[in-house]
Every structure is written in C-alpha cells, then in structure tokens.
Design a protein around this ligand. Structure first.
Ligand SMILES: Nc1ncnc2c1ncn2[C@@H]1O[C@H](COP(=O)(O)OP(=O)(O)OP(=O)(O)O)[C@@H](O)[C@H]1O
Ligand SMILES: [Mg+2]
Length: 153
C-alpha cells in the first residue's frame, strides 16, 4: 500500500477471495490506515447519485483519500453501464496514487466479457500495471467446511 500497488484476486467460488480481502483490510486498519469496501454495483450507485450535479469526479477524488479501496465480487452479477463507468473512474483516479484490491471469479483479462471492451481494456491496463495477482484454487470452503447443503427434512 505504501507503494500504491494493487491486488487482483481471482478464482472459483468459495475459495477465500473475500476472506483474503477482509484480512488485508483488517491488517490495514490495525496499521492505522483507512479502508473502504465496495461492490461494483455500489460504484454504479455512486455514479448515479453524483451525475445530476456533475460531481462524480469530485466524489472519486474524495473516495481515493482512503488508503485501501476494496471492490469485492466483480462479475457475479451483470455489470450495468453505470457500474462499469464507476469502476473505470475509480481505477483511473487511483492509478499510481492509491491501492485497490479487486476480487472476482474472473481473471481481469476476462473483464471484457462483463463490460464494454474498450472500457475494460483501459481499466485493466491501469489496474494491473502495478499489481499483485493472486489466483485462488481448490474446492469451495462453503461446500467442504459445512459438508455442503443438507436437506432440512
Ligand atoms: N483460509 C480460510 N480459512 C477458513 N475459512 C475460510 C478460509 N477462506 C475462506 N474461508 C471461509 O469460506 C467461506 C467462503 O469464502 P469467501 O466468501 O472468502 O469465498 P469467495 O472466494 O469470495 O467466494 P465467492 O466467489 O462465492 O464470492 C467463508 O465463510 C470464509 O470465511
Ligand atoms: Mg466473494
């Protein structure tokens, strides 16, 4: 985070991506840093809220005062145009200034499957320029730790 590097964590469902981001956020808070937690849909809401008075850029500038911004679960739900715009704007605003941690079931090189290709390319170029990429694998903790879902009757 002192070097303004990003984290991209991707892999199948239930393999601990959120767990890892939560631990990272906790460690950052314990080290006296500030952390914000978003979903990509939340970034879309932020864009919509600030569009009427043209204050989206200002809102992003405010947001990147946070030392670490975590965006969890990209690609699980369809990405709306507002969410894609918010994600691009955040990644662009934070580029070489702030650290982002992004979790997804998709590797960022596949983000053009969930958002417009030009936007995805520009976003992922910036995101991965100074980034640690962690790929999780294995069985889902949800399925194994709880032995899966048992019938209630
Ligand atoms: N290393 C670990 N030790 C113990 N429990 C873990 C570990 N990693 C993950 N878990 C637990 O397994 C469950 C699933 O993990 P998590 O939500 O982090 O997965 P995910 O990769 O984000 O999945 P999804 O893609 O479905 O969002 C959670 O209850 C989490 O606390
Ligand atoms: Mg998750």
């Amino acid at each position: 985070m002192q070097r303004k590097e990003n984290l991209s964590i991707c892999g199948p469902s239930g393999t601990g991506k959120r767990h890892f981001c939560e631990a990272l956020g906790q460690a950052a808070v314990e080290a006296g840093m500030t952390v914000a937690w978003f979903t990509i849909e939340g970034l879309g809401v932020m864009v919509r809220r600030h569009r009427p008075d043209d204050s989206v850029t200002r809102a992003m500038t405010r947001l990147i005062r946070t030392d670490l911004i975590i965006i969890d679960d990209i690609g699980l739900l369809p990405v709306s145009p507002d969410a894609a715009e918010g994600f691009y704007r955040l990644v662009d605003a934070a580029y070489e200034r702030r650290s982002l941690a992004v979790s997804s079931n998709l590797h960022p090189s596949g983000f053009d499957e969930i958002m417009p290709k030009t936007l995805a390319t520009a976003t992922v170029d910036r995101l991965l320029h100074h980034a640690h990429v962690v790929v999780t694998q294995g069985d889902s903790y949800q399925a194994t730790a709880g032995q899966g879902v048992k019938a209630l009757y």
